[in-house]
Design a protein around this ligand. Structure first.
Ligand code: NAP
Length: 254
């Protein structure tokens, strides 16, 4: 599946977790991948090294999202990297809006500052990244936004976070209609609990509790989500747009 040879991709938040697995998978499928990071340049560099060792092509792009000038910084780095790899003319074929921050605090402890950060990184940045990306995205392009099962599954410690993911899902609905004439698809992928570098995944009792949420009785691995994203990025998914893909391992089945 998914011959992405000759395509270019940007994966935001690809220095670890789901973003890293997605960057590695898209590169394995043949795409030249821009591995975006916020603060951890070394981790992003390691992702690029792993991709290159596996025979793929990638480069890093650093940009803190949710701050003034973030979109310009991101696209200046992206376009320089594409040019350096002789792919400037190809534009950006695949955009994965993955970077995100969680809340993890009770409703009464959610401060305006935290709320603003969640909105800025999780909702505002993806909107303006898409707006800017469309200038260089060819017809037949792909936009995939990472949402969360928490738009369908209650967790009172993540109300503000879930609000931002609800906002992100609107991008698929409305942009799908707008970009259909160009053959560009826009979809949402909603992971459930997925192992990332968080120390909670080193606590067996916690992992057991989280695993019980899934119909498969295990927690998700980053690769479980990366495979779904890779499908949406492929030509096989050309007839899917405006969709919400439940990638929670059956958590939403109740
Ligand atoms: P993660 O391991 O926490 O990694 C987050 C990534 O986003 C990192 O690469 C980080 O870059 C980047 N990032 C965070 N804030 C940023 C900012 N302000 N500016 C630029 N980059 C920033 O994430 P994850 O758990 O894999 O989650 C990835 C996506 O899936 C997120 O949208 C998350 O909401 C969603 N999701 C995750 C789960 C889960 O259980 N893991 C479940 C549902 C949905 P640096 O480290 O370089 O700063």
């Amino acid at each position: 599946m998914g011959d992405l040879t000759g395509k270019t991709a940007l994966v935001t938040g690809a220095s670890r977790g789901i973003g890293r697995a997605t960057a590695e998978r898209l590169a394995a499928d043949g795409a030249l991948v821009a591995v975006h990071y916020g603060s951890d340049a070394a981790a992003a560099g390691e992702v690029v090294a792993r991709i290159e060792k596996a025979g793929g092509q990638a480069f890093t792009v650093g940009a803190t999202l949710g701050v003034a000038g973030d979109i310009d910084t991101l696209f200046t780095g992206l376009e320089a990297g594409l040019d350096e790899h002789g792919a400037g003319g190809a534009g950006l074929g695949i955009l994965v809006n993955n970077a995100g921050v969680m809340g993890g605090v009770a409703p009464e402890d959610t401060t305006p500052a935290l709320f603003d950060e969640l909105v800025a990184v999780n909702a505002k940045a993806p909107f303006f990244i898409i707006q800017r990306a469309l200038r260089i995205m060819p017809d037949g392009g792909r936009v995939i936004n990472i949402s969360s099962g928490l738009t369908r599954f209650a967790n009172p410690n993540e109300i503000a976070y879930a609000m931002t993911k609800g906002a992100v899902e609107m991008l698929a609905l409305h942009y799908a209609k707008y970009l259909g004439p160009r053959g560009i698809t826009v979809n949402s992928v909603a992971p459930g609990v997925t192992r990332n570098g968080n120390p909670v995944f080193d606590v067996p009792e916690a992992v057991e509790q989280m695993a019980a949420l899934s119909a498969f009785h295990r927690i998700g691995e980053p690769g479980d989500i990366a495979d779904v994203v890779a499908f949406l990025a492929s030509d096989e998914a050309r007839w899917i747009t405006g969709a919400f893909l439940d990638a929670t391992g059956g958590t939403l089945a109740g």
